[in-house]
Design a protein around this ligand. Sequence first.
Ligand code: 13P
Ligand code: SF4
Length: 310
Amino acid sequence: MTPSVPPQQPELIEEIARLRDRRNAVILAHNYELAEVQDIADFTGDSLELSRKAATVEAEVIVFCGVHFMAETAAILAPGRVVLLPVAEAGCPMADMITPDELRAFQAENPGAITVTYVNSTAGIKALSDVCCTSANARAVVESLPADRRILFVPDRHLGEWVTRDLERDVVFWPGFCPVHQRILPEDLRRKRDQFPAAVVLVHPECDLPVCEAADFVESTGGMLRRIAELPAGTTVILGTEVGMINRLQRARPDLVLIPAGPDLVCANMKMTRLVHVRDALLHDRHRVTVEPGVAARARVAIERMLAVP
Ligand code: 13P
Ligand code: SF4
């Protein structure tokens, strides 16, 4: 989508503020979004925090600055609200790594198993699932399930392997992954640790299991913000996640030294949304995200089960 020629940034920010008031809108942004978008958002957070927010907002319009599955989750949790994804093409490749037909076949091969689905998935997959999880609560969700039942964990193999690594559970993993976090290798961490021996290594659980095992802390993006709040001033942190997190964390703790774990850790989808797209979303109702009511009703059950896990 080509946006119209943007006015100067301050004018654009004022225009967005005026449109937000006029439309009774709220702007939500994921932690990986560009700083210019985070700066004008009403709320910035990880997938779990954004889902909780979407479930409780009173605004009539939700502008979701993130990727498609996040806006879809908001549409499921906030029926009756207009949910807008400013860039229609902003998707998550992991969410497309399993189709409803593939999940049905997987379930048929494993009768009686409980399907645990990472929120990085389509509404159609959530609708076929027993319970959802995010990277922040996946462990708690798995622990809340009956111990004698097999679990099918979809679509992120790495998150599933990490959160069940030391549990005596029968789990079968779908071979999905995040192409960005997959790039981080254990050798990258070893090299960085050699270079910065006093550094703390903080990674996202979408990284491969050997990378998570080699880290000091494994956290969702929201968990990373809480984790760095505890670190002494001047600490060097090697960060195994999308590079947008560096800016997000650095603004919270300008006294830390933050270093990416590897090269090219960019999620292009999370970088598509610019201020002009947010303005156009509010101005032209771009791009409305809806979920077929029957699918939404079934998906909501799985998401609400997740939200009920303490
Ligand atoms: P968080 O839930 O940790 O914000 O992660 C979402 C995501 O897509 C990470 O790649
Ligand atoms: Fe999807 Fe990975 Fe981008 Fe997250 S970082 S939205 S999992 S591709």
